[in-house]
Design a protein around this ligand. Structure first.
Ligand code: SF4
Length: 197
């Protein structure tokens, strides 16, 4: 196995936070949820945005952010924590490093799984670019919600713990316990977790 094959991604971290059992079902048991119309729409929009640099630049323009430097689709890697992935937008303002993750949903408030997914990009950015990250930002495109958060030591340390837990599940060292929560009601994997319902 090559070194890169042992790396996990911020998407794994996001799935772990949404529900550890989803992570286990998807990547260990390889049971994949069929794509919904909403997922397909988000994916198409993402691909369109990716091709259209101007569309991505306009996101920062709409927020009146005068960045000194911007990188779109920035490949990042942390050897230390074994994580790699591609950040949507990285920009420098007043010499400070900002990491932006774009979401294609109508969220009214940021979701914790998205916050720690973006914090994982920040951890990789610090190692790749050898500079401290000042803020992580989530932009929910359909609701135009722009959420900023300082990338503190506390947020970083907690994210590192989550990365470690995520890796243990992916390696099959831990099988997460299935626990009923409100989101189970609308989860596609309910048929696997609770076949009797
Ligand atoms: S049904 Fe509930 S426990 Fe099972 S994967 Fe979905 S959210 Fe997780």
């Amino acid at each position: 196995m090559s070194e890169e094959e042992t790396y996990i991604t911020p998407i794994h971290v996001r799935d772990y936070l949404f529900c550890p059992t989803i992570l286990y079902n998807k990547y260990v048991k390889r049971i994949i949820e069929p794509e919904t119309a909403m997922m397909e729409k988000g994916k198409k929009e993402y691909e369109r945005d990716k091709k259209g640099l101007k569309r991505r630049e306009s996101i920062l323009g709409d927020k009146r952010i005068k960045a000194e430097k911007i990188i779109f689709e920035a490949p990042l890697k942390s050897r230390k924590y074994g994580v790699m992935g591609v950040a949507d937008i990285i920009y420098w303002k007043d010499n400070k490093l900002h990491i932006v993750e774009i979401k294609y949903s109508k969220a009214k408030k940021p979701f914790p799984d998205h916050i720690y997914q973006t914090a994982t990009y920040a951890i990789m950015a610090e190692e790749t670019l050898k500079q401290k990250v000042y803020k992580i930002i989530l932009y929910y495109k359909y609701s135009k919600l722009w959420y900023e958060r300082r990338f503190t030591g506390q947020l970083k340390n907690y994210t590192i713990k989550i990365i470690e837990k995520t890796r243990k599940i992916l390696k099959g060292e831990i099988i997460p316990e299935v626990k009923w929560k409100r989101k189970c009601g609308s989860c596609w994997y309910r048929r696997i977790c609770y076949p009797q319902i």
